[in-house]
Design a protein around this ligand. Structure first.
Ligand SMILES: Nc1nc2c(ncn2[C@@H]2O[C@H](COP(=O)(O)OP(=O)(O)OP(=O)(O)O)[C@@H](O)[C@H]2O)c(=O)[nH]1
Ligand SMILES: [Zn+2]
Ligand SMILES: [Zn+2]
Ligand SMILES: [Zn+2]
Ligand SMILES: [Zn+2]
Length: 430
């Protein structure tokens, strides 16, 4: 499940940011186009943190709507439920996404340790090591004092309980009560009424703003540098399960054998089956079983591909094709260091898929419309599919093919080899 993988990365980021402190709440902002289901996210979080130091940490997720800015008229608008990317104001397709793809760890609440020294309740200190939110905390004026706030947490930044109004800067020991009870004039009684007596731990909010994809993107850039240094072009090939990636790759390798030095990164959840189907064409295959130490991911990410690339001698290759895990959701979200993304779409999948999986269909430069040999037996509406595709991706190259019969595969081979340095060694087709 997509959410499990995201929660794993999130948990790692939280652990990095909090250094083993006890975490109460994790706050994330998730863009609408990340296609994260809040309930599934909550379930995945519970599953991922079970038995870890984050076991008791709860997850607060906020969904941010997708927003478009129009290059033609300047208007900004929200993506509608139909997920069309045209400007709502003027209808222009020249829009850029300004929000909706975030996945950001914004903050965590951690438990703060009890105050290091015994502090007389209500005592006014001038120095505090910790900006804490709880009984022992510091205010903007630098005052540190100890008193009880309601246990459900409060934000001094948001001024939820109105410190400004009651002026912590001015008051002396034991002269205020947060719960609105009248002062008795007796410091001792005020202490009791206001329950300023405890020295429990408090809560501190740590602002983080870490893009969960940032770590992946750094490694993707490193992969790309390694490929570039070796003069190798890389294509990330994606699709839903069974659309025909491996069948198309087998034909591709057969056609390029002896003409272009090809390496394949084969991403598969559990089995070596796809890799075995690609053996015998002279290509180097690096198998990545994502169930193998990577926790059964539903996509390839940059660290996995970095591992796989180490299994290929890049200096002896011209082109690397990465067969991603069959999945229309998250593979598109992870830059693995490729130069171009393409997808195989089987005409058995239904014309509505571009609208249901816009992130995938937007991410690619080429769509292979596969299993065209089945067209006579299906009621696939090609024009409707193309209309839906154009609504989310006006520029993608569409290649109609049958990986089974080989029809149209030449056009795909032209596309996939088009900027490989050894292109001049390829004899023209036909
Ligand atoms: N009729 C027809 N069947 C095809 C075509 N391409 C692939 N298939 C069949 O579709 C099934 C899945 O093909 P694969 O190549 O394994 O698909 P895949 O995308 O690699 O699948 P995963 O790696 O499991 O996601 C196989 O039975 C193929 O023989 C095609 O053009 N026409
Ligand atoms: Zn507009
Ligand atoms: Zn206070
Ligand atoms: Zn496959
Ligand atoms: Zn995934």
């Amino acid at each position: 499940m997509h959410e499990v993988s995201l929660c794993r990365q999130l948990a790692a980021a939280v652990a990095r940011a909090t250094g083993g402190r006890e975490v109460e709440t994790v706050y994330v902002d998730v863009g609408q186009l990340r296609q994260v289901v809040p309930a599934a996210m909550g379930f995945a979080w519970t599953f991922v943190v079970k038995g870890t130091a984050l076991e008791d940490a709860s997850l607060e997720m906020r969904t941010l709507p997708a927003e478009l800015a129009c290059r033609a008229c300047g208007a900004s608008s929200r993506l509608g439920s139909d997920l069309g990317f045209d400007c709502r104001a003027c209808g222009s397709p020249e829009t850029v996404l300004t929000s909706g793809e975030q996945f950001v760890l914004t903050a965590v609440d951690v438990r703060t340790p009890p105050p290091p020294t015994t502090v007389r309740p209500g005592a006014r200190l001038t120095r505090g090591k910790e900006i804490a939110m709880g009984r022992f905390h510091r205010h903007d004026d630098g005052t540190v004092h100890v008193h009880e706030h309601d246990d459900e947490g409060h934000g001094h930044e948001q001024d939820e309980h109105g410190h400004d109004e009651h002026g912590h800067g001015e008051h002396g020991p034991g002269t205020h009560s947060h719960d609105g009870l009248p002062r008795t004039g007796s410091a001792e009684l005020d202490q009791l009424i206001g329950d300023h007596s405890g020295y429990g731990t408090g809560r501190e909010r740590i602002e983080i703003l870490e893009d969960i994809y940032a770590e992946n993107d750094r490694l993707a850039a490193a992969n790309r540098r390694a490929l570039d240094a070796a003069g190798v072009r890389a294509v990330n090939l994606m699709s839903s399960p069974g659309a025909g990636k491996t069948t198309l790759l087998a034909r591709t390798l057969a056609a390029l054998e002896g003409r272009l030095r090809v390496g394949v990164v084969e991403g598969d959840i559990e089995t070596p089956l796809d890799a075995e189907r690609l053996a015998g064409y002279g290509a180097k295959i690096s198998l990545l079983n994502t169930g193998d130490g990577f926790g059964g991911e539903c996509h390839l990410d940059a660290p996995m591909v970095a591992t796989a690339l180490r299994g290929l001698d890049l200096s002896s290759l011209d082109l690397v094709i990465i067969e991603n895990v069959g999945n229309l959701v998250c593979p598109a979200e992870f830059d693995v260091g490729e130069h171009r993304k393409a997808m195989v779409f089987s005409i058995t999948e239904g014309e509505d898929k571009p609208l249901k999986y816009p992130v995938m269909f937007r991410a690619v430069e080429a769509v292979v419309l596969n299993k065209m040999d089945l067209a006579p037996y299906l009621d696939f509406d090609r024009a409707l599919f193309l209309r839906n595709l154009r609504a989310v991706n006006p520029d993608a190259v569409v290649i109609e093919a049958s990986a089974r019969t080989g029809a149209g595969v030449d056009a795909w081979i032209d596309w996939v080899t088009q900027d490989s340095r050894a292109l001049d060694r390829i004899t023209p087709h036909g």
